[in-house]
Design a protein around this ligand. Structure first.
Ligand SMILES: NC(=O)c1ccc[n+]([C@@H]2O[C@H](COP(=O)([O-])OP(=O)(O)OC[C@H]3O[C@@H](n4cnc5c(N)ncnc54)[C@H](O)[C@@H]3O)[C@@H](O)[C@H]2O)c1
Length: 375
């Protein structure tokens, strides 16, 4: 892994982080390995507008690359979109030596990685994440996938990118709501793996952090620490046999809420917002099931409420949380990919920095956690 030109760690994927990341990409594309590759770039309308010109300026040779644009909404992360890109790639003579560059947030990198994994049994791809969610999470670790029937990431492959280039300057044009969404994964990462960072984040407060410029040292440190953490965990347990499951804190209930939102007309809940709400509920489950002290649980929940209460209220209003909506959430939980033998499994916290994986919880406990979330 290279951080601002410094080699920090050897991993299966090269990661460049810093303001010269795109210069390093330029050098890489000129190397023997890629000089003859046919290059394709995947964008969505926003990254095509705001990020593609930045990439083109840093890597002049990319002028001749073919650019494909997807709609870029969560609902476009589908087999239909994948098929469309595959057909376009074949029409443009893509072969096994071709290289796909994914320039965008998690939707583009999940989708592009999936397309690369499937085309001709796997072509190489590079991720250039442009959203906070992409930088600290989605672009790292080789999980690719699409949604199916409003269920999140049901079809996918583990297929590592050849390299990841993270230039935090892309965040300048990222809308605030997506910064807030990506911040949820930073919080999660600190809660499961970096108690020192968590205390710093807790001390500063969600609203203060979200109001800071992303060029602020506080943001840069948080992002870098989260990138290094995610990469370390994925290197140690690429296929999520055990350790990588710690990254799922907040995601069991979070994914159910997100799927429920996708099935409604409003479809307003962003992935990170759903994870933040999932963390509120799963923090309370952690108190009930994993020995998290009440004081620490309330501290975490209050912090998350300060950043995400409005999203909880929107969900509460739009889903009209009643006994029957809890039924829909429970049904979705029964589809969670992590389930085993029909049991719903959670990653919970014994304390900040002490995650416990594959914890079972029964229906009544889940209902109590949802009551806490929507109280
Ligand atoms: N594979 C993984 O390990 C993993 C991990 C976490 C999340 N995810 C997935 O990531 C997705 C969410 O990612 P996301 O939050 O990045 O969503 P996203 O890709 O939809 O991006 C959010 C929005 O920001 C815009 N955008 C992105 N970068 C921009 C920039 N620099 N300037 C202006 N606009 C910009 C996009 O066009 C989009 O409208 C979900 O599908 C989630 O399941 C995957």
């Amino acid at each position: 892994m290279i951080l601002s030109g410094r080699v920090v760690n050897i991993s299966r994927t090269r990661i460049d982080f810093g303001f010269n990341a795109l210069d390093n990409l330029h050098k890489m594309l000129l190397s023997q390995e890629y000089r003859k590759s046919r290059i394709f770039i995947l964008v969505d309308p926003n990254t095509g507008k705001h990020c593609l010109p930045v990439l083109a300026k840093a890597c002049p040779g990319l002028d001749s690359a073919s650019v494909f644009e997807i709609e870029g909404e969560e609902t476009s992360k589908s087999l239909v979109t994948a098929q469309k890109i595959w057909i376009e790639l074949l029409a443009a003579q893509a072969d096994r030596q071709s290289l796909l560059i994914n320039l965008g947030g998690g939707v583009v990198t999940d989708m592009g990685g999936f397309v690369a994994a499937g085309l001709k049994r796997g072509i190489a791809y590079i991720n250039i994440p442009t959203s906070l969610m992409g930088m600290v999470d989605a672009a790292i670790g080789g999980k690719t996938g699409v949604n199916l029937h409003n269920l999140k990431n049901q079809v996918g492959f583990f297929h590592s990118p050849s390299a990841i280039f993270i230039d935090p300057r892309f965040l300048k044009t990222l809308p605030e709501v997506h910064l807030r969404s990506g911040f949820a994964e930073v919080i999660k990462s600190a809660l499961v793996g970096d108690p020192v960072l968590w205390r710093k984040i807790l001390g500063k407060g969600a609203s203060t952090i979200l109001a800071l410029e992303t060029s602020d040292k506080f943001w840069q440190d948080m992002i870098l620490k989260t990138v290094v953490f995610k990469n370390r965990i994925c290197c140690q347990d690429f296929r999520e046999k055990k350790l990588r499951k710690i990254l799922n804190f907040g995601h069991t209930i979070g994914h159910a809420l997100e799927s429920l939102s996708m099935a409604t007309d409003q479809n307003t809940l962003l992935h990170g917002d759903a994870v933040a709400l999932g963390m509120i509920a799963e923090t309370w489950l952690s108190h009930m099931k994993a020995g998290l002290s009440e004081t620490e649980a309330i501290g975490i929940i209050s912090f998350l409420r300060a950043g995400y209460q409005a999203q909880a209220d929107v969900v509460k209003d739009s889903f009209k949380i009643t006994g029957s909506s809890y039924d829909s959430i429970y049904d979705l939980l029964l589809h969670d990919k992590k389930n085993k033998d029909g049991q719903i499994l959670f990653t919970l916290l014994q304390a900040a920095g002490k995650p416990r994986v594959s914890m079972r919880a029964g229906r009544e406990e889940i209902v109590s956690a949802l009551d806490k979330l929507f109280e």
